[in-house]
Design a protein around this ligand. Structure first.
Ligand code: NDP
Length: 299
């Protein structure tokens, strides 16, 4: 297949590109620093620095759309919130507008979203049908999904990856947690009762590939492990895997002062279940937390 991918240089995108190359696909990666970033992918990859360069392109079989500024990288000022929105929603709208000018359309687009779509759900079980709680992450994900769905009337199959908290080696949220935990300074966040819908990065890569390849797959999928845990359980497992104590809880008010509204990423959550992936036959490689964490912290 010829595949166009945005976000192909990221924490999820890099191993995804490696798998797609290994499977014999031809990739075009959109990157703001194509020369620099795409080198590391090596293989059958072409880099594109600007969406406009794609206006004359034809003949992609599939689009994978993951680009977006890091949600947990900086405090959520109004300007930062606008960057988070523009790098997803505006970019996806531009991409869809360009694709709609092509004579030959791709058959599928797998586009990003996150469990933040549902907002804070306390300890309710969350499936793809659960009504969302209206807050910033809900509007961000919902508008991002709607931008991708604009391609559907043209006859393109759209799959939306409502991804959970991704655990993998060498990056993501786990990388930030490792140092305090390794020093024995780890602990639960706030009450620790909030759910963390974790998922191993290998399963995210496999799920995106599954959505692309499965012709009956369509719409939103929770890309989370079948076993969500509370922050307290997660903390205990991580400490166990690292062989360290985790006895220093971080009180919620400290996180609220340090991170502002962004503290909601750590202090609220969703007990999200991959109901549709499981019903439609997707097999998880890392359904259980401890083996997933052992693998993700192996470096
Ligand atoms: P990374 O932060 O590792 O990578 C982000 C990618 O987006 C990079 O490839 C970067 O490309 C591109 N990008 C960033 N900012 C911009 C911008 N302003 N304009 C255009 N492109 C931009 O993200 P992940 O791989 O971790 O995640 C991929 C997507 O999945 C993200 O949208 C993220 O929100 C979502 N997600 C991730 C989760 C996680 O736990 N990792 C959880 C839920 C959702 P380049 O620098 O080459 O231009």
């Amino acid at each position: 297949k010829r595949i166009l991918i945005t976000g192909g240089t990221g924490f999820i995108g890099q191993p995804l590109c490696q798998k797609l190359i290994a499977d014999g696909h031809e990739l075009t990666v959109l990157s703001r620093q194509p020369a620099l970033n795409v080198q590391s992918l090596c293989g059958r990859v072409e880099a594109v620095g600007d969406l406009k360069e794609l206006s004359g392109s034809e003949g992609f079989d599939a689009i994978i759309n993951l680009a977006g500024e890091g949600i947990a990288d900086k405090r959520w000022s109004e300007a930062r919130k606008q960057q988070l929105r523009d790098s997803r929603i505006a970019l996806t709208n531009q991409l869809v507008d360009i694709i709609r000018t092509w004579k030959t359309l791709p058959s599928v687009m797998v586009s990003g979203s996150a469990v933040g779509f549902y907002g804070d759900q306390g300890n309710h079980r969350v499936t793809e049908d659960t009504p969302p709680h209206d807050e910033f992450t809900h509007r961000l994900c919902s508008d991002w999904e709607q931008a991708a769905l604009r391609l559907e009337p043209a006859g393109v199959r759209i799959c939306l990856s409502r991804t959970g908290v991704v655990a993998g080696p060498g990056g993501g949220f786990l990388q930030r947690m490792l140092l305090p935990f390794k020093l024995g300074l780890g602990g639960r966040l706030g009450s620790g009762e909030q759910y963390m819908p974790w998922v191993h990065r290998d399963d995210v890569v496999a799920a995106i590939n599954w959505m692309m390849e499965t012709e009956t797959a369509q719409g939103a999928y929770n890309v989370v492990s079948p076993n969500p845990v509370t922050n307290r359980q997660f903390t205990k497992s991580l400490a166990g895997v690292l062989g360290r104590p985790a006895i220093f809880p971080v009180p919620a008010p400290v996180l609220k002062v340090a991170l502002g509204e962004m503290s909601r990423l750590l202090l609220t959550g969703q007990m999200a279940i991959p109901e549709r992936l499981q019903a439609e036959g997707f097999q998880f490689r890392f359904p259980e937390l401890s083996p997933a964490l052992a693998d993700a912290t192996r470096y």
